[in-house]
Design a protein around this ligand. Structure first.
Ligand SMILES: NC(=O)c1ccc[n+]([C@@H]2O[C@H](COP(=O)([O-])OP(=O)(O)OC[C@H]3O[C@@H](n4cnc5c(N)ncnc54)[C@H](OP(=O)(O)O)[C@@H]3O)[C@@H](O)[C@H]2O)c1
Length: 252
């Protein structure tokens, strides 16, 4: 299948593991070069890089905390020096404090907001400075918690709601300059992130039982839609959040 993205260059934040890794490998399957961002686990990032190169695309490992603008700036300097430009930005890295709202401190809240929502600002501001001038794509990875109340998820849910709003505002502002901005909102995916939920087993069981598609999502399901949004087949999709959840959220 030719999606006509061969030779493009992407940054996927948080792509050392989980959904980000699946997005990075899927882009590489279509011969897109990928810069792999990670924060802590370099070995995993290098493993993703090796998989990308095995698929015939270029890989670049860029360490940095997306919540720190100076780290983001350094990451883009590395990408610019190596590749001279960037076509796709996938803002996927996320973290957050998972606990009941009454136990959340404002520090937890701001920390979660900075990584999951705030980071999109410096990422996009650096991204639009690099060539090419037009034809660029931003995809942010969100979750159903942006629009639903999920136990222990208040800080992350609020950050994802902010993220989706930012996507709409950025799409309106940057669309005329040839930058397309969208989000993909995923249902439950069994990654390391679920280990932080005290009710992980129950979340997975509910997802198994309630998902109309008949199975729980895997990272590839999310990656497929991110790749689609990067292509010109999605050229008139601007500022949207595409829900990828096997139908979970349509049920009462
Ligand atoms: N899993 C789900 O059920 C689910 C559902 C809906 C949406 N999502 C969204 O999908 C995205 C990926 O989730 P996931 O489940 O794949 O997460 P994950 O398995 O926990 O992986 C998180 C990735 O982000 C990196 N990361 C974390 N904090 C970072 C920071 N401050 N700066 C840079 N990199 C950072 C990690 O790098 P290190 O390994 O170096 O720490 C890792 O590569 C997130 O936006 C998440 O909200 C997940």
């Amino acid at each position: 299948m030719d999606l006509m993205i061969r030779g493009k260059r992407a940054l996927v934040t948080g792509s050392s593991r989980g959904i980000g890794r699946a997005i990075a490998l899927s882009l590489a399957d279509f011969k897109v070069d990928v810069a792999i961002n990670y924060l802590r686990q370099r070995t995993l990032a290098e493993d993703t890089a090796a998989e990308i190169e095995a698929r015939g695309a270029r890989a670049l490992v860029v360490k940095g905390n997306v919540a720190k603008p100076e780290h983001v700036h350094r990451m883009f300097e590395q990408i610019s020096a190596a590749w001279g430009g960037l076509d796709f930005l996938v803002s996927n890295a996320a973290s957050g404090v998972i606990r009941p709202a009454v136990e959340l401190s404002l520090h937890h809240f701001h920390w979660t907001m900075d990584i999951n929502a705030g980071a999109l600002l410096p990422l996009v501001q650096e991204f639009i400075k690099l060539p090419p001038d037009t034809g660029k794509v931003v995809v942010a990875v969100s979750s159903l918690g942006a629009v639903r109340a999920i136990p222990n998820y208040m800080a992350v849910g609020a950050s994802k709601a902010a993220l989706e709003s930012m996507v709409r505002h950025l799409a309106a502002e940057l669309g005329p300059d040839g930058v397309r901005v969208n989000a993909v909102s995923a249902g439950t995916v069994d990654t390391d992130a679920l280990r932080f939920f005290p009710n992980r087993d129950q979340i997975l069981q509910t997802a198994r039982e309630r998902t109309p598609a008949g199975r729980v999502l895997d990272p590839q399901d999310v990656a497929n839609v991110v790749v689609f949004l990067c292509t010109d087949f999605a050229s008139m999709i601007h500022g949207q959040t595409l829900v990828v959840d096997g139908g979970y959220s349509i049920l009462a």
